[in-house]
Write a protein that binds this ligand. Structure first.
Ligand code: UD1
Length: 376
């Protein structure tokens, strides 16, 4: 007689740009699992073609099963709008588990709704801590981790942080890094990108910049200090800046446009899709960034990364990888850039389990860990 298994229904929730490359390998594996029925929910936190849709195409993610369309707003507005819409979906779909990734407002909102409905939560990229509670992401991480049942960590610091916060060891799983799964999966495909030709750039003959943290771009004095550093660096090497909508808005508000126009070697462009950005990153001399994910990707690619922040929640990228923290001090940013241009860049290695198989480990653990409840 054939045994009938009821598949475990898992709601995979994403909302903002850095979520999409994290969910892609997990959702794909779940789709081919005979034990899991995944449902992809997009909150609509990011909604522009270039912040969202293009990533679904580049990552070959299916159209979301559910799109909540919440859009932008203050933290409370955005988080509560996601909660209200998601609660309706969860009451209707009755998932056995909710899986969230990263540290954006959509991550927090989904964890809050699931926990109040007594639905178990899996958090991918758990345990990262900057110990800076002025960062909205830090609040999202701490709360999401406190509510989660499966905590999947990318590096040893994550496990240590969670243990210190009183999370039981049995809930913590060191699985590696799903962002690196996507990176390794798409490196070959990214070589088909025409972005270098399009921007008239040669291998290693430019620096790539990303900047969007509120602590950098919402503060005029700090944005000014960073811009002053960029004005000096662009005299030595062209800088490409795919600009985030938040930063574009703030540049205009602070009336920095004239300074940008005056920099002849500074190319401000629209946000890029995943494949174009990977290709541009892989061929860059070095990165200047305040992103979290880019610190990890450059570490695996062995490309020097200067992080324009005071702290990182990803210490392994500094301890083992090619990442150097330069803060927001003009002179330090310039000095470290010049060091790289003079051939003295930091060499690094690849952290443990950042091997392209993190999603496999996660799905296997979920298949084993949730099967009991799903057959009840
Ligand atoms: C969010 C995440 C941040 C992540 C970043 C990646 C939180 C708290 N922050 O920051 O961790 O690193 O995404 O991009 O969740 N906007 C558009 N089009 C869009 C989306 C946003 O124009 O598609 C503009 C709006 O003016 C909006 C602003 O960007 O008000 C900020 O968007 P929001 O989602 O609040 O935060 P991000 O700065 O994108």
């Amino acid at each position: 007689m054939e045994t009938q298994f009821k598949k475990t229904k898992i709601l995979n929730v994403v909302g903002a740009r850095p979520n999409f490359m994290k969910i892609a390998p997990i959702h794909r594996l779940m789709k081919s699992s005979d034990r899991i029925e995944p449902i992809l929910v997009h909150t609509g936190q990011h909604y522009d073609e270039k912040m969202s849709h293009i990533f679904f195409e580049d990552l070959e993610l299916p159209e979301p099963d559910v799109y909540l369309g919440v859009g932008s707003g203050s933290h409370a507005q955005q988080t509560s709008a996601i909660m209200i819409e998601l609660e309706k979906i969860m009451l209707k779909d009755q998932p056995d588990l909710v899986l969230v990734v990263g540290d954006v407002n959509s991550t927090l909102a989904a964890a809050l709704v699931a926990s109040k409905l007594h639905v178990p939560i899996a958090h991918v990229e758990a345990g990262l801590r900057s110990f800076d509670r002025t960062m909205p992401e830090e609040i999202n991480r701490v709360v999401t981790d406190a509510l989660s049942n499966f905590l999947f960590v990318t590096e040893e610091s994550g496990r240590q942080n969670l243990l210190k916060e009183g999370i039981t060891a049995g809930k913590i799983h060191f699985v590696g890094n799903v962002m690196i799964d996507s990176l390794l999966d798409h490196l070959d495909k990214a070589t088909t990108s025409r972005i270098l030709t399009h921007l008239k750039l040669d291998h290693q003959k430019y620096a790539l910049l990303t900047l969007h943290r509120p602590s950098n771009v919402d503060n005029q004095e700090i944005f000014d200090r960073i811009l002053t550093a960029l004005e000096q660096i662009e005299q030595r090497i062209p800088i490409i800046f795919p600009i985030h909508p938040r930063s574009r808005k703030m540049l205009a508000q602070f009336q920095f446009d004239d300074r940008i126009r005056a920099m002849k070697n500074f190319n401000l462009i629209e946000p890029l899709g995943y494949l174009d950005f990977l290709h541009l990153m892989k061929n860059a001399r070095f990165l200047l960034t305040d992103s979290g994910g880019i610190q990890e990707e450059t570490t695996v690619l062995g490309i020097p990364c200067l992080t324009l922040r005071q702290n990182t929640e990803r210490p392994v990228t500094v301890e083992l990888g090619s990442n150097v923290m330069v803060g927001m001090d003009t002179q330090k940013i310039v000095n470290e850039s010049v060091k790289i241009l003079n051939g003295h860049s930091k060499k690094g290695g690849v952290p443990p389990l950042w091997d392209g198989h993190a999603a496999q480990r996660i799905v296997k653990i979920l298949e084993q860990g949730t099967i009991f409840s799903s057959t009840q």
